[in-house]
Design a protein around this ligand. Structure first.
Ligand SMILES: [Ca+2]
Length: 475
């Protein structure tokens, strides 16, 4: 009898080990204000000042998307990525300027890190959170076993070092810091100030920590989820001293070389530990280029972040998973960053709550090559809490337009401007009235997609910006 119990227990142990080992490790690299046209595989590379051989090779080894969509600003994009919901739902439609009010997802939201954690993963984050800097809103409150990085954004590195302010004023300026905390720790530990010197070193340190994490956790039976939101190429843009001046093509070229090298280090660590086959590696970005003179290149598209233009919404996306995703595919099918939650939960054998609207769509069959079609046909493009456009296949209807994210006037249309993105990637020539006679049918699926979305906002009203914890939706 005893032997039987031992045997059963052994079988149970074997089963759980087998189950665990079939769950892939997941490394998610998120760039910042890094637009579509930077990597060699997206028409950038040497024309932007540095070749990107490692990330180009990654594209050859995985699936590369040319119609991967995000939200138009840092905070909403990260909220959508983590919750699998349009950012308006979680009260994070825009970057908040009131520094006292809480922002980021409420505790009620179910994040990607919580999904992985509940599925038995070790979880960690190194980098820029930008989803809250108050108690209960740090990464370690949202499913990460540990994190190291900055709670807000990198422009804060400029504030305290601003040469234009007096020392007296300097005392009043918010001092940004690198923080770290583990799950269950209410107040993060301050690691060091985040100033301009540290800003240049940041991504290098993140890479070293991520490499160490990969090497340590590759030995474990437990799979891991590692989220690496790099801080370059958000302003202020400063190459690490190891890369500054190396390309001879200016700061942008140096940083591009740095980005390629750092991603190469992550990929090397995965390969060296023999875990390459069952590791999902994703490279993408939170939004398009910003509105500074040295902003990231949108490639064939037009526009900066904080707009509804394709240059704001379409970012690079490469996913490699030798065990699950055929190599060398390129697709123009529509995918949204929200879709990663459901797709990765399928890969991780995780579960998602069914008591709320989750916009995320499962791309598993599309990513693994069972079908060539994405289940997603449309995207609602928000700028802050306003619907600017609706994308449907290769068509786009703009209800509002902004030429640039700063200093530009909002144009609002009574009848939306319609663009065929195949013919007009820069959205410069709306379909004419004559053209509408043959193309007017597109209005129907677009209005249907928008109508279906707006209906869900009525059924489940969005959480208001600045909502404190504890939050519970009204029944
Ligand atoms: Ca950003």
């Amino acid at each position: 009898m005893k032997n039987k119990i031992v045997a059963l227990a052994t079988i149970g142990l074997l089963q759980s080990t087998l189950f665990a080992s079939s769950q892939p490790n997941v490394v998610l690299v998120l760039m910042d204000n890094f637009a579509y046209g930077e990597l060699g595989s997206y028409g950038g590379g040497i024309i932007r000042g540095a070749p990107t051989p490692r990330l180009d090779k990654l594209a050859q080894e995985g699936l590369r998307l040319t119609n991967f969509n995000v939200e138009a600003q840092c905070v909403p994009s990260r909220a959508a990525l983590m919750t699998g919901r349009y950012a308006i739902r979680s009260g994070n439609a825009k970057v908040p300027f009131d520094r006292k009010a809480p922002y980021g997802p409420t505790q009620w939201e179910y994040t990607m890190a919580e999904m992985f954690s509940d599925a038995g993963y070790s979880t960690a984050m190194f980098g820029k959170w930008h989803l809250g800097h108050t108690e209960g809103r740090f990464p370690s409150d949202h499913g990460f076993d540990m994190w190291w990085g900055i709670p807000n954004s990198t422009d804060e590195a400029l504030w305290v070092d601003n040469p234009l302010i007096s020392d007296e004023t300097r005392k009043m300026v918010h001092k940004s810091e690198i923080l770290t905390s583990v799950k269950g720790q209410k107040v993060p530990t301050v690691v060091k100030p985040f100033d301009l010197k540290q800003r240049a070193l940041m991504d290098g340190e993140m890479t070293d920590k991520a490499v160490a994490y990969i090497k340590e956790h590759a030995k474990s039976d437990k799979p891991y989820f590692l989220y690496i939101p790099y801080t370059q190429t958000h302003q202020p843009r400063t190459a690490h001293p190891d890369f500054a001046g190396k390309t001879g093509n200016g700061t942008w070229g140096d940083i591009l070389a740095q980005i390629d090298t750092y991603n190469g280090k992550l990929l090397d660590a995965i390969k060296e530990t023999g875990t390459e086959d069952n590791t999902i590696f994703i490279f993408t970005s939170d939004n398009g280029g910003d509105f500074f003179d040295d902003a990231s290149s949108p490639g064939p598209w037009r526009g900066t972040y904080f707009t509804g233009l394709e240059g704001s919404l379409r970012v690079p996306f490469i996913v490699k998973w030798p065990k699950g995703i055929p190599a060398g595919r390129v697709s123009n099918e529509i995918v949204h960053e929200m879709d990663l939650l459901r797709t990765l939960s399928t890969a991780a054998k995780g579960k998602l709550p069914n008591d709320r609207i989750i916009d995320s769509m499962d791309m598993s069959d599309f990513f693994t090559g069972k079908t060539t079609k994405s289940p997603r046909e449309s995207v609602i493009a928000y700028v802050a809490d306003q619907v600017y456009a609706v994308k449907w296949h290769n068509w786009k209807a703009a209800f509002k337009e902004l030429d640039a994210g700063y200093g530009s006037e909002v144009k609002t249309y009574q009848t939306p401007s319609l663009y065929n993105l195949y013919n007009d990637p820069r959205e410069e020539k709306a379909i004419s009235m004559e053209g509408m006679q043959t193309n007017g049918w597109v209005g129907t699926p677009i209005i249907n997609a928008l109508g279906a979305h707006l209906k869900t906002l009525k059924e489940e009203p969005p959480i208001k910006e600045g909502t404190p914890d504890p939050y519970q939706p009204k029944k």
